[in-house]
Design a protein around this ligand. Structure first.
Ligand code: MN
Ligand code: MN
Length: 459
């Protein structure tokens, strides 16, 4: 079952569209490196496309009808957007769900210390990372400081060309005889991912003078006291913008493709959808990389509550109708998968791998060790999707993440499936997944957006 390389089907004009869309996407992931930044940008784009805040509509006791567009934000870290269709919501929605958290380093609550005239920040990594990939890179600080007087201070250091960056040291090769004998998982240990912040003492200070100097700078710029680390959420991420990869510029190297690549394509697919029969939904959630737990993860009741509020506004709410709406829905769990990599061919089973250039990748099931933890999409639903994709000339492929018993992974799919709706995993294939710089094919990004659009319009 050979799937065609999607580049081959394009006219010059199509190719221009692919490159333009990739440029817009690069801007998005270069600017949005935390879940909070993604939500802020999503709200901005949604408002421009005529979406209104569901909370404001509830507060004003307004009603909603087919064709109305609304969004609801959850604790600044997750968002759901609805484009109300002409059919009752209880007949089911077409839902695209992606996550906007990405692997990174979080700073601890008591992180700052001075040693040997260096000031460092202690971190605890977030999500599954190969720790050795995060050293000797320019890193940036993104996040918020919540001060105890109620003010929230946004922090972003390391992205402007004139900004300083921070970084994590590694041992020089000349002294690495012991280190290089260790297993890769132990070469860099979690407690060695401390970030270097400074080396210059504050004049006139005796003890911890370098730390005093850095704290003085933070005080001047952010009115920041050391105690404010207790209520800060600062994420350490790779510094710098996403870039074209390849002499032919066919790919994008960027931080956080997993899963902002599916979040952005889902969001744009929705914002460009005008009227549809089914209510179209995009759900962008937090905490997928650590099990979808908590109030901002997929396991929270936020989505279900937002659907209930929406149905109430269109005069359609009852507990039974809410359950019907969820059970009758169809969902694409929009998340990345692994692209075949000739450097590591042995980790893949080639017939069932996703490849760069072959479009939106569907995974009937994910999971590990006999598909444990997977969502297994029904054959009937897959057939329905094949039809939708074929009718809209979307390039797509069926893929499994790696060869049997090599590892595996999960997504938010199984959580939505608990409502009894049809769910399948699908998204963009990546190389270097979870590395500081992940790689995707531009044509896959574009075809994924087209596939998501076709799905939202499908009946
Ligand atoms: Mn993911
Ligand atoms: Mn992931």
């Amino acid at each position: 079952m050979e799937r065609k390389n999607a580049w081959k089907k394009y006219s010059d004009e199509d190719k221009n569209n692919v490159f333009t869309f990739a440029d817009e996407y690069k801007t998005f992931i270069s600017e949005c490196k935390t879940e909070r930044e993604c939500v802020k940008k999503a709200v901005e784009l949604a408002k421009k496309a005529g979406y209104r805040d569901l909370q404001e509509i509830i507060a004003a006791n307004e009603t909603l009808k087919a064709g109305d567009k609304v969004y609801a934000v959850n604790m600044k870290k997750a968002i759901v957007l609805f484009n109300i269709g002409s059919e009752p919501i209880s007949t089911g929605m077409n839902i695209l769900g992606a996550h906007i958290d990405s692997p990174r380093l979080d700073i601890k609550q008591n992180p700052m210390y001075e040693d040997s005239d260096l000031v460092l920040l202690d971190t605890h990594y977030y999500g599954g990372i190969k720790k050795y990939q995060w050293v000797t890179l320019p890193l940036a600080l993104h996040g918020v400081i919540a001060k105890n007087d109620g003010t929230i201070v946004d922090v972003c250091i390391g992205e402007d060309e004139n900004d300083p960056v921070v970084g994590i040291s590694d041992l020089l090769i000349h002294l690495s005889a012991d280190q290089l004998d260790k297993k890769a998982a132990k070469v860099i240990e979690g407690e060695n991912l401390d970030v270097t912040l400074g080396n210059m003492p504050l004049f006139g200070e005796e003890k911890d003078a370098v730390k005093a100097n850095v704290l003085k700078l933070l005080k001047e710029k952010y009115d920041f006291e050391e105690e404010d680390f207790m209520s800060a959420e600062i994420e350490i991420v790779p510094a710098g913008k996403a870039r074209d990869l390849g002499l032919d510029r066919s790919m994008v190297a960027g931080y956080g493709h997993d899963d902002r690549i599916c979040a952005y394509t889902s969001l744009l697919a929705l914002l460009e959808t005008e009227s549809s029969k089914k209510t179209s939904v995009v759900l962008l959630v937090d905490k997928e990389e650590v099990g979808s737990i908590g109030a901002t993860g997929m396991q929270s009741r936020f989505f279900e509550n937002a659907v209930a509020e929406l149905m109430d506004r269109v005069g359609e709410y009852s507990e039974l109708k809410l359950r019907r709406a969820l059970a009758n829905s169809k969902m694409l769990s929009s998340d990345v998968t692994a692209a075949f990599d000739p450097n590591y061919a042995g980790a893949y089973e080639k017939k069932n791998s996703a490849f760069f250039g072959k479009g939106l990748a569907f995974a009937k099931y994910t999971g590990a060790r006999g598909k444990s933890g997977c969502n297994d999409a029904n054959a009937e639903f897959v057939a329905w999707l094949r039809n939708v994709m074929d009718e809209n000339d979307v390039a797509y492929q069926m893929a499994e993440l790696g060869k049997v018993d090599q590892g595996g992974g999960g997504t938010i799919a199984y959580i939505l499936a608990e409502y009894g709706m049809e769910v399948i995993d699908c998204g963009v294939a990546l190389q270097n997944m979870h590395a500081p710089w992940e790689v995707a094919s531009k044509v896959d990004i574009y075809e994924t957006m087209r596939g998501y659009k076709a799905f939202l319009m499908a009946e």
